[in-house]
Design a protein around this ligand. Structure first.
Ligand SMILES: [Zn+2]
Length: 287
C-alpha cells in the first residue's frame, strides 16, 4: 500500500555521490527515501537555473522536496533592521523554494526575550503577514506554489508552542504548521504516548479543520531535554520518544503529508522509520 505520510530526510544523505541538491535527490531515490528537506539553514544560495535542475531531478525521480529556511530569523528582535532582514530571508527562502519546486518552507520565527507573550505573538504575526504579502507580490515565481510552515519549537525561550503555531495558522492566510513532535515532547516533558499523540492531532484538527490532517508537515527525531526544553537531537535508539506509538496513531488516524527525520543518524534512522511504518500499516491491515 502507498504510505500516506511520506518519510524523508533532512539534508544530503550520507550515501550521496557528488555534491549538490540534485545529487541528494538521486541518493534519496537510490535509498528508497521519498522526501528530502533542503537545509538552507545558514543561507539561501539557489539560483533560477540551478533550481530548475533540482526541480527536474526531484520531479523525474518522484522525491518530494521541502525547504528549511535560515535559522537567522527573529521577528521579535528589538532591532528593526533585524526584523527587516528576517522578513527578507523568509521571502528569499520562499522564492528559492518555488524555483526548486518545494511547496513547504519551514520557519523558526524568533525568541520571546523577556517580552510579554501576547506582544510577541502580535509582532511575529505582523512580520509573517508582511512576509506573506511580499511573497504574494513576487512576479518571477508562482507564489501560490509555496506554503510557509512555522515550526513547533523545542525550547522554552523560542516562540512557537502548539497554541501559538496553530493561532498563527488561523490568523495568517495561506500558511500551515510544521509539527515537530520531538520538540513538543522536549518542551513539555509529555506528549509521548499513543493517547497524547491522538490528542495532539485532534487539537490540530479542531483548530485548522480535518483537511489539515491530510496535509501535514512533521519533524521527528530522538531528543535530549531538560527543564528548559530541547537540548539536542538524538538518534531514535538513544532517546525516549515513542516513535512506534506515533506511527500507530499516524496509521490509525490516516494522517497524510510529509514526515522529515532530523536525527543525527540521518539515513539509518530514516530507513528504520520507513520500515517501522510498513510494519504499522501491515498490522493495521491485519496482514
Ligand atoms: Zn527547524
Amino acid at each position: 500500500m502507498t504510505a500516506a505520510l511520506l518519510i524523508g530526510i533532512s539534508g544530503a544523505p550520507d550515501a550521496i555521490k557528488g555534491t549538490g541538491s540534485a545529487a541528494s535527490v538521486r541518493a534519496c531515490r537510490a535509498l528508497g527515501i521519498d522526501a528530502l528537506e533542503l537545509a538552507w539553514v545558514h543561507s539561501v544560495s539557489v539560483k533560477p537555473e540551478g533550481g530548475a535542475r533540482i526541480r527536474a531531478a526531484a520531479e523525474s525521480l518522484g522525491v518530494r522536496l521541502s525547504v528549511h529556511a535560515p535559522y537567522y530569523i527573529n521577528l521579535n528582535s528589538p532591532e528593526p533592521e533585524k526584523v527587516e532582514s528576517s522578513i527578507g530571508r523568509i521571502v528569499l527562502a520562499a522564492r528559492g523554494a518555488a524555483w526548486v519546486g518545494a511547496r513547504n518552507v519551514v520557519l523558526h520565527l524568533g525568541f520571546y526575550h523577556t517580552d510579554d507573550r501576547a506582544d510577541v505573538y502580535a509582532r511575529v504575526r505582523d512580520g509573517l503577514l508582511e512576509a506573506q504579502s511580499r511573497i504574494t507580490a513576487l512576479d518571477d515565481v508562482d507564489p501560490s506554489s509555496v506554503c510557509l510552515r512555522p515550526e513547533l519549537m523545542g525550547r522554552a525561550s523560542q516562540f512557537g508552542d502548539l497554541d501559538e503555531v496553530l493561532r498563527l495558522c488561523q490568523d495568517v492566510p495561506g500558511i500551515a504548521p510544521c509539527l515537530d513532535v520531538a520538540h513538543w515532547h522536549a518542551r513539555t516533558g509529555a506528549w509521548n504516548t499513543a493517547h497524547e499523540f491522538e490528542a495532539f492531532f485532534r487539537a490540530v484538527r479542531d483548530a485548522l479543520g480535518p483537511a489539515a490532517l491530510q496535509d501535514l508537515h512533521i519533524h521527528i527525531s530522538g531528543i535530549a531535554y531538560g527543564p528548559l526544553g530541547e537540548k539536542k537531537h538524538l538518534p531514535f535508539a538513544d532517546a525516549d520518544l515513542d516513535v512506534r506509538a506515533f506511527l500507530d496513531v499516524a496509521t490509525d488516524m490516516g494522517l497524510a503529508g510529509t514526515a522529515i527525520v532530523e536525527s543525527p543518524e540521518r539515513e539509518r534512522d530514516v530507513l528504520w522509520l520507513i520500515e517501522r511504518q510498513r510494519e504499522a500499516a501491515g498490522s493495521a491491515c491485519g496482514e
